[in-house]
Design a protein around this ligand. Sequence first.
Ligand code: G6P
Length: 371
Amino acid sequence: QGAQKGGYASFMAKEIHEQASAVADTLRGRIEDGKLQLDEMKIDEAVLRTIDKIVVVACGTAANAGAVVKYAIEHWCRIPVEVELAHEFRYRDPVVTEKTLVVAISQSGETMDTLMAVRHAQEQGAKVVAICNTRGSTIPREADAALYLHVGPEIAVASTKAYLGQIAACFLLGLFLAQVRGNLYPDEIAQQMEDLSAIPEKIQEVLDSSDQVERLALEMKDATSVLFLGRHVGYPTAMEGALKLKEIAYIHAEGFAAGELKHGPIALVDEGQPVFVIVPSPGGRDSLHSKVVSNIQEVRARGARTLVIAEEGDEAVLPYADEVIRYPRTRALFAPLLTVIPLQIFSCELATAKGLDVDQPRNLAKSVTVE
Ligand code: G6P
């Protein structure tokens, strides 16, 4: 098995380090002359033009991927997007019609809760697109259309490269919908696609500078609680960072929307509490950047140790950051493909330092095929 791990200590470490090529594989062959070719989108374009709501159903890491792409699809396509845990969806009598597009995200394609949500949606007349990794699995077979990630088999129970592949595939879906429905001009789509195509190289840059996070993980191996804050697409990234740490390092971790801090979570902060903060680009949306910088300041003032994930060249975070972890510049919506990587590495290295079985965490299964 050592050889299969390609020299890494775990499959998870190997899969994290494969993410540049994984995302390149998800994008490959789907962009031609700036135009999106999604031959697998077998749903009639006339039907796609009538869609008035999208519901993303998923569990675990796949649900965090869904939470990221909600921001992108609403922005590009002006269609309301709900993201719902598959097991909650079915039991609350959701409003689903023939004009609803359900996007089922599942690495394995076998998660029972997600499959049941798909069946429930189809019974109400909705069309279903599956975003899956495992060829021929049940969810893509039952769906009306399936977009595969092409990231290769994921062995580690905690999902990493499939998460990035899910986000990238959903971006393709969102841009495709915008193309079909005429929400974006062709040159806008071409520009987005060009920036998306530059992401694998940037992922590699993040991976090549992982020493700092590896050192932090060793230093923090006895931590008993870690908080993660983010805003806009940084919020699901915070959730995913916390999930990874719970899953494989068994450390109490919580992800919060940074704006919610003053409504409760800040009460948790006292001397030495580690807090990761995912900071949006200073060049991004209105005052979001300065608001998140204020949040860093607020937790620091209460004794937190601030571990700040900030864009290259962002100087504003320096006075309040105990550590600054840099990510390359990209579009705000694409940043989650970069900012989550230090968090994945942190959990993986920390769990490894604790001597835990990183690939097979206690009590968890790679694919949950029971309800
Ligand atoms: C399990 C795995 C998670 C995964 C979730 C959804 O809980 O441990 O890593 O995110 O299932 O799996 P799916 O195959 O549907 O993406």
